[in-house]
Design a binder for this molecule. Structure first.
Ligand code: PGA
Length: 240
């Protein structure tokens, strides 16, 4: 079963989330055959949980400590208590804009596990790295930050080339297959691994992307903000 994740980033208030979930539910005609995850901002998680649809929830981030004097931060346990099943970690916007290091991300993965959350761990190369032929090396380095995570635990890895995020310029089939194949061999010890593609996935392109052999689902940013469009992506995933 494919997994489609809506990463709303810093969009949609709690009230807008109520309208979104109502519209999204209408767009989901076939209910079985796809796993749907919504990742609203922290302030809208409760509204998305209260709407009780056929989706589970993800936090977009969590702190690397379990509790304490960290003003403005959110712990993995708080997310789990609100009903989250997943947490997105290592998104390139956090690596780039908030300076999140591999070492810090390993700690976040451990906190997520302690709280019973499944990490959706994002990896991907920048344009410069791809042009320098360093894609495989970057993926290897980023995946090494998962070394301490028990191999038998369910894990989701999202391959998101940085140059494809929010740019409208998605990776082509060959690039996606190449990266996913590499990730699968780097993570061969994992017994429950799903690899998603993310980066400018739209309702129009989702069918083709989700049909690629090594793609277990999609992490969708901009195109997930339209409930009808995201419902189309979920339906495309059912057919694959
Ligand atoms: P995008 O974002 O679909 O808007 O490119 C994907 C992501 O950042 O997860």
């Amino acid at each position: 079963m494919k997994l489609v994740v809506a990463n709303w980033k810093m969009n949609l208030t709690a009230s807008e989330t109520r309208a979104y979930t109502a519209a999204f539910r209408k767009g989901l005609t076939a209910l079985e055959g796809v796993e749907i995850v919504l990742a609203p901002p922290f302030t809208a998680l409760a509204a998305a949980a209260a709407a009780e649809g056929r989706w589970s929830l993800a936090g977009q981030n969590c702190h690397h400590r379990s509790s304490g004097a960290f003003t403005g931060e959110i712990s993995a346990r708080m997310l789990a208590d609100l009903g989250c099943r997943y947490v997105i970690l290592g998104h390139s916007e956090r690596r780039r804009d908030f300076g999140e290091s591999g070492e810090l991300l390993s700690e976040k993965v451990a906190r997520a596990r302690e709280a019973g959350l499944v990490p959706i761990f994002c990896v991907g190369e920048s344009l410069g790295e791809r042009e320098a032929g360093a894609t495989e090396e970057v993926l290897e380095r980023q995946v090494a930050d998962l070394a301490a995570d028990p191999a038998g635990m369910p894990l989701v890895v999202a391959y998101e080339p940085v140059w494809a995020i929010g740019t409208g310029q998605r990776a082509d089939g060959g690039q996606i297959r190449g990266a996913h194949g590499r990730l699968r061999s780097l993570l061969a010890v994992r017994s429950d691994l799903r690899i998603l593609y993310g980066g400018s996935v739209t309702a129009e392109t989702s069918g083709e992307i989700l049909g690629l052999p090594d793609v277990d689902g999609a992490l969708v940013g901009g195109a997930s903000l339209d409930p009808a469009g995201f419902a189309r992506i979920a339906r495309a995933a059912i057919q694959r």
